[in-house]
Design a protein around this ligand. Structure first.
Ligand SMILES: NC(=O)c1ccc[n+]([C@@H]2O[C@H](COP(=O)([O-])OP(=O)(O)OC[C@H]3O[C@@H](n4cnc5c(N)ncnc54)[C@H](OP(=O)(O)O)[C@@H]3O)[C@@H](O)[C@H]2O)c1
Length: 291
């Protein structure tokens, strides 16, 4: 996992978690060893997370400071017309001078037809603002989320900025992973790195729909099906995000990187084959229609 020494490989997802719930999850996660937290303006939990981070830095018994954490947040589709203002608000909410990673969350602005030409203009303008904020030191890394390959190509063709050390956050699980692979193959050499989200398909991979293959591999490798899925993502040299409110699950998920060297190429091929290219099922929001 060579690039993953840049970013803690397993990040704590915080989508759908708010208030006291997100605060307790983040506290538990930090205590267990998580150092990578993924949030977004539209999750409406940045202030809660900021408060727990402050509490952590002020706790002299743990010696943890800002530089021990990787914090990712995202520009809301509702704020596409005011990216800098939105970034400054996110920094205030998270009570930090800088973010490790800031992403354009979605290739379009909210409440506008997907066919509007305005999305492209706003994406390109936001990309410029993010590059400037990076130059200023407000952002260590920048990137995009849910962009299609053509949206990423536009950033190269239509702006003066390169993609060195840029991140792309994408839905990735055994039922849908080939789009992430395409971006990896097409833009990896230009410096793009992938972080997968919804590796458990928002929990849908956990129930009766869970393919038997995963349990068989888990049993053979003395692990759990979730660790197998996370290690599969990591073995592609992608970071992984996973959300849990359960301390045992949080612990189990953080240990997934140790399984990467245990999975064989046959195991990985079997997981790849859970869905054929024709059977792939995208389960989260779909940017394929965004112009
Ligand atoms: N950029 C984007 O557009 C975007 C979109 C979606 C998500 N994300 C990011 O990616 C993160 C992860 O995705 P997600 O939140 O959609 O869902 P997810 O991580 O795919 O799935 C979460 C579900 O899996 C369960 N789970 C977690 N660990 C488990 C374990 N070890 N064993 C059994 N069940 C387990 C959780 O239940 P328990 O609480 O019971 O463990 C929860 O119901 C988000 O929180 C967010 O930070 C980004």
């Amino acid at each position: 996992m060579p690039f993953l020494n840049l970013i803690p490989p397993v990040g704590l997802g915080t989508f759908r978690l708010k208030g006291e719930t997100v605060q307790q999850v983040v506290r538990d996660a930090i205590r267990i060893g998580y150092r990578h937290i993924d949030t977004a303006a539209i999750y409406q939990n940045e202030r809660d997370i900021g408060a727990v981070l402050q509490e952590t830095y002020n706790n002299t018994s743990n010696l943890l400071g800002r530089s021990d954490f990787w914090i990712t947040s995202k520009l809301s589709p509702y704020d596409m017309r005011k990216p800098r203002e939105a970034l400054l608000q996110t920094l205030r909410s998270l009570q930090t001078d800088y973010l490790d990673l800031y992403l354009i969350h979605w290739p379009a602005m909210a409440r506008k037809a997907a066919s509007s030409a305005e999305h492209r203009r706003l994406r390109l303008e936001a990309w410029k603002v993010l590059n400037e904020a990076k130059h200023e030191g407000l952002l260590r890394h920048i990137g995009v989320s849910n962009f299609r390959p053509q949206h990423i190509q536009e950033l190269l063709d239509e702006t003066e900025y390169d993609l060195q050390d840029a991140f792309v956050q994408m839905e990735t699980h055994p039922w849908y992973w080939r789009d992430a692979l395409e971006i990896h193959n097409r833009f990896g050499e230009k410096g793009v790195r992938i972080v997968g989200y919804a590796l458990l398909a928002e929990g849908k991979l956990m129930g009766e729909n869970c393919p038997e293959t995963l349990d068989k591999i888990a049993e053979k490798r003395c692990s759990t099906r979730v660790q197998v899925i996370l290690a599969w993502g990591l073995s592609k040299n992608w970071g992984v995000l996973v959300r849990s409110e359960n301390v045992d699950h949080l612990r189990q998920n953080l240990e997934a990187p140790s399984l990467v060297d245990v999975l064989t190429s046959e195991d990985l091929a079997l997981i790849d084959a859970i869905s054929s290219p024709e059977e792939e099922k995208k389960l989260c929001w779909d940017p394929r229609h965004v112009k």
